[in-house]
Design a protein around this ligand. Sequence first.
Ligand code: NAD
Length: 322
Amino acid sequence: MPSQTLTLNSGHQMPLVGHGLWKIANDAVADHVYNAIKAGYRLFDGACDYGNEIEAGQGVARAIKEGIVKREELFIVSKLWNTFHEKERVEQLCQKQLKDWGVEYFDLFIMHFPIALEYVDPAVRYPPGWFYDGVTPTDIRLSKATIHETWEAMEALVDGGLARSIGISNFNCASILDLLRYARIRPATLQIEHHPYLVQQPLVKFAQKEGITITAYSSFGPQGYVEMDLEHAVKTPHLFQHPVIKEIAAAHKKGTPQVLLRWATQQGIAVIPKSDTLPMLLENLDAKEFDLTEEEIKKIDALDQGLRFNDPWIKGGWVGVW
Ligand code: NAD
């Protein structure tokens, strides 16, 4: 049976298949996390920006209280939002997020974007989002904090026992190369948009060569953005119905979502799909127990179009940062 965890460069084990918490409504998250733990999920991918960490923590607390799982069996991931990049803000936010989750440490704490925005007091608005006033897409205020400063403050979280591993998200090769010049603690994972329409092979290979694992987000391509009515996601042919994916799924008697997940995990890439129903939860977790042929992997690789859905440029029309 294929390994169900990845060994991080911090020495910790990270589950290969986890559950993403973005866009799950606040009133549904506690039950959702609880049911996912019951179904066998151990990794939860949260973030300040998702605005649902208190409720996610309630689901965790219930599962622990009922003896379904122990804290040390879970792998809880959270992320530093862009408005907290200044060195004195990093621990402040992490402490708040730990309190929200009701846990004493994060298994992994990730810099969400290599973009520093001006601080917004959580008493004013939390989560702060992209825009300084919370509404106007042109009201973008950048902070002067450098990635170097932010990374050092994240390293201090490991020193202080608040995070077991630290990672990065939405970085490209050049920004990783720069970070590796000064990193005392190397990033344990790079979380990126990754699906057959956005394969990013050079970035994946580069990170893996540097001992940085890859975590794929939006493994189903446009699917996660259709629910946000993102125009080019709605217009893009869905991967679940793509003839190449359907043919491979039929050959293995698996669902098309499972083929998309296995295509990644078989290449040592962790996945964090967001499931909306119990059948989806079970189907996605079960995506480890079969192997695609090398030819099938190449056929899926060939669907690459360099098509990105999670791009602040599209969201706010303000800055082509990378
Ligand atoms: P996803 O690719 O997981 O797709 C979610 C969509 O697919 C939902 O509409 C869901 O109902 C559907 N779906 C899931 N399983 C299915 C199944 N078995 N059959 C049919 N439909 C199914 O999309 P996502 O939410 O964009 O990404 C997953 C997670 O990645 C997020 O929840 C979040 O944790 C993380 N993420 C991180 C970043 C980042 O910047 N680091 C950005 C986006 C997402």
